[in-house]
Structure formats: C-alpha cells, structure tokens
Design a protein around this ligand. Structure first.
Ligand code: FCB
Length: 442
C-alpha cells in the first residue's frame, strides 16, 4: 500500500466554529429569541433554551475537548444584545465574561477568532428597524469598538459580520429568518447597511488595535450549470452566483454593491478586508426554468452522483471546495476557511466529507493559494436556527436536555489531522479506507 503524507504549513490554524446564540443558552434579549416564541417559525417548535450552556460555564469543558483533540484555534461570536442590552447601556459584566472566555482559549493554546455579528440582533435594534435603519451601521461600529477595547489583549483576528448575504436573503427575501419579510426593496437597504456596518467596524477595530486582522465570513454556494452545452443554463448560473455569492465580498473590495438588480456605491467599503473568510458547505447544479418566476427563473439540484447528508441539506461535493477556494483567491488576500461541515448524527458521511474537503484544500495550498486556517462547523451540536435541534453538525454530539456530550468518531479523525498538521495515508486508511485508493493511487 502506498504511503504518503500531505503536510500543511507550520502555524496553520486548525479549529472549529460556534456562534453565541447557538451555544450560549439563556439569550432572551435578541430577535431570535422572539422568533422562537412564534408558533411555526422553528421546526418541531424547538427553542434554543440552554443551548450548549456556554453562558452557564460549559465552554470550559468544550474548549478542553477542542484542545485535547489537537485543535489550536477557535472561532466564536459575541452576542450584541448582551453587551448592549438597551440602547444606552453597556454591560461590563458581560464584557468581563467574554474576556474570561477568550482568556480561556488563550490558556488552552487556542487562537481565538471572534465574530461580532452572527445573525442575531438586540430586540431594541429591531424595534428601531434593524438593518433597514441607516443609523444601524454606526451603532454596530460603536459596539464593535467597545468589544475590541475589552478583548484586545487576547484577540487580534476579527470577523465583522457572518454571512451578510444569508442574513439578508433568509430574513428579507425568503422570510424564514426574522423579521420574516419578503421584500426585495428592504433586502437591498439591509444589504447596503450591512456593508456599511462592516466598513465602519473595520475602521473602528483598526483604530483600537493596530495589529488587528479583520474580515467578514462570506457564504459561498458553488453553482454549476446543469446542462453544460446550454447557454441559458450558463447565463442563469452566472447571474445567480453573482447575486448570491459575489455581491457582498465585491462591495468590500471595490465599494460597488450590486444586489437584486440594483447598485449602490459605498466608498467607505473599498478594500476593507485584511483576510478573505468564507463558509462553504455544498454545490448545486442550476438549470434555466423560464416559468419558475418565484424561484427567479431557475431550478436547482444536487449533483446526481454526490452523497447526500442525513436531512438532505448538503451534498458532499469536494470539487465545490476547489471552486470556492479559486473564487476566494481572486480577492487577493490570505484566506481563512471559516465554516465547513455536515449534519450527520451518526457520523456516517462526516469523516469522508471532512477528509475530502481538506484534501482539496491541501491541493490548492500546493498551488500556492495562501490558505491560513480551517474551522470546522461545529465543535458540538448546537441550535440550528429555523431547523432547531434537528440538525447535528457537531464533532461531539449533544443531548440538549441532559447536556451530555458524545464523542463521534470524527473527533479522532480531525485530531489526527490537527496533531500531525497533515493528512497521512495511515489516517485515511484508518478512518475512511474506502477513499484510500483515490487519494493515494499506487
Ligand atoms: C451557516 C451558519 C452557521 C450554521 C451553519 C450550519 O450558514 O453561519 O451558524 O448554521 O450554517
């Protein structure tokens, strides 16, 4: 059997990602809490409840697990509604607690990467119109400053906003996230204000901390034309991808925000990313469908030969990771893979998904693409937004009732990779023997 090792460079960040509302528990002052109280909004009527009880202190054991499993970084997020519970009040105790958490990472030799906005907004902000209100970007920038002032001794990697495109799309076009609107005009204002909020936060963070490295976490869904010979499929695929994938990162590079057929020039957003962060999960094939008006004239399917995840949410398409990295590299910055993973309670697909996506990542690094880290979604099962507890993305499983964690086999697979800083043939043979021959041809 051939033996080989695919090495990653020294200092590569190996981590997992979480977000405040999904893991903390007890968040009752934000728009998601309110959304969870409305009947029919969350699958099976689930609530975030205690979540993973991080606010109650269980972050300590979860970070112990991460560190013991060889990880050297963690991506977490800060809950704006805790830091600023009312428009004119900063909660110093909450800031202190977050400082304790990031110091806890530091003590465990986990490099912290902190996201300032991950889908949730304070209730008071939503009462003022949320991100439709042109004053929100300024408020967000002030909140960002406050957080950086408090955490700067331990953190210099910052993500301003997680998936601004998904936030806008699901909250203001599809309506499955709060505030549940289906209003493209509102979506355009929200999108524009998110870009301004990002730009304002970028400046405030650098003003407080010279050495800060700041970016956003842009979601990328890889789209490919279904019928390669058909120009209409190619055309609709390009236009969907430009709208869905490119609008936000382009605006953060060029200042030109093009979304839902409209355009705005946002000069302050020019070149406001020090690194390029993306979240990649899956790929879809697109075909032109002239009668599908509500679906913006297209139909989508997963590639027919791909394995599909437990809930049908994700197709395992590692080539989509390659396409995503090539896309990300066009922005000319160091790259961080900020989310990638699959819902899989029984850990049937995850080991293969993880290995194949990391293998493609390694290939791209070998082509000199400057990828600096990989954060798997997620460390432990957590509250999956409108899909409640029905989706299990954790390396560790969680019973939210008892708070008992279970170690899935992928923990040990990922630990082997993190500890060796490499994918070795022995690891592949041990954990996913069925892909060995493809990865190490004799
Ligand atoms: C991403 C979100 C993250 C989690 C994963 C599965 O879009 O950023 O919070 O829900 O999907």
């Amino acid at each position: 059997m051939p033996q080989a090792t695919f090495h990653f460079p020294p200092g590569f960040l190996w981590g997992t990602a979480t977000s405040s509302h999904q893991v903390e528990g007890g968040n009752s002052n934000n728009n998601w809490y309110a959304w969870e109280q409305e009947p029919g909004r969350i699958l099976q009527g689930h609530h975030s409840g205690l979540a993973c009880d991080w606010w109650g202190g269980r972050w300590r054991q979860d970070l112990d697990r991460a560190a013991e499993a060889g990880q050297n970084a963690h991506r977490m997020s800060i809950e704006w509604s805790r830091i600023q519970p009312t428009p004119d009040q900063w909660d110093e105790a909450a800031l202190d607690y977050y400082r304790e958490i990031v110091r806890g990472m530091y003590d465990r030799k986990l490099t912290p990467l902190v996201t300032l906005h991950h889908f949730t907004d304070p209730l008071w902000l939503m009462e003022q119109g949320g991100w439709e209100n042109p004053e929100t970007p300024g408020k967000f920038a002030r909140y960002a400053r406050k957080v950086v002032e408090a955490l700067k001794d331990y953190v210099n990697l910052w993500v301003t906003i997680n998936e601004p495109g998904i936030y806008t799309w699901l909250g203001y076009i599809d309506g499955v996230f709060p505030p549940g609107k289906k209003d493209t005009k509102a979506a355009f204002s929200v999108g524009q204000n998110l870009v301004k909020g990002h730009a304002g936060a970028y400046r405030e963070i650098h003003d407080v901390q010279r050495e800060a490295r700041v970016g956003a976490a842009c979601h990328y869904r890889s789209f490919v034309p279904q019928r390669t010979g058909l120009p209409f499929d190619t055309w609709i695929t390009r236009s969907i991808s430009a709208n869905f994938n490119d609008s936000f990162p382009n605006a953060m590079k060029t200042g030109r925000f093009r979304f839902m057929g409209k355009q705005a020039i946002i000069n302050e957003a020019v070149d406001t990313q020090d690194f390029f962060g993306f979240n990649y999960y899956t790929e879809e094939m697109i075909r032109f469908a002239p009668l599908a008006v509500k679906e913006f004239f297209n139909k989508r399917e997963f590639p027919h030969d791909a394995q599909i995840s437990e809930n049908g949410l994700i197709a395992n398409v590692p080539d989509g990771m390659t396409r995503t990295i090539k896309w990300a590299n066009r922005f000319g910055k160091p790259i961080l893979i900020l989310e990638n993973g699959v819902e899989d309670a029984n850990d049937i697909l995850r080991p293969r998904y993880l290995l194949e996506h990391l293998h493609k990542t390694w290939h791209q690094m070998n082509e000199n693409v400057p990828i600096k880290g990989y954060f798997h979604w997620s460390l432990v099962d957590n509250f999956e937004w409108e899909r409640g507890w029905t989706q299990r993305f954790g390396l560790w499983g969680l019973d939210p009732e008892t708070q008992v964690r279970t170690r899935r086999p992928s923990v040990d697979l990922y630990a082997a990779i993190c500890k060796e800083n490499a994918i070795s043939s022995a690891t592949v043979e041990k954990f996913v023997p069925e892909i060995f021959a493809g990865m190490f041809p004799g």
